[in-house]
Design a protein. Structure first.
Length: 73
């Protein structure tokens, strides 16, 4: 009976150490996800002026084309 209890205690110890390892990996994964989220937010923030800039340039080109057509050049 003592040996069975001892074997059970060792098994529980191995399971406990595996769970500790899994918890450490989970913390690393959470850190990586937070890092990726921050990077994505930075990219999204830096990208928003591009469509606005394209619209301004196209309006400028339209203005130049209309001016050229109106002046007859």
């Amino acid at each position: 009976m003592y040996q069975e209890v001892r074997a059970l205690a060792e098994t529980v110890g191995r399971i406990e150490s595996k769970l500790d390892g899994l918890l450490d990996e989970t913390k690393d994964i959470r850190h990586d996800i937070a890092d990726h989220e921050a990077r994505i937010r930075t990219l999204e923030t830096a990208r928003w002026p591009l469509p606005s800039l394209a619209a301004v340039v196209s309006l400028g080109a339209l203005g130049v084309a209309l001016y050229t057509a109106a002046s007859g050049r």
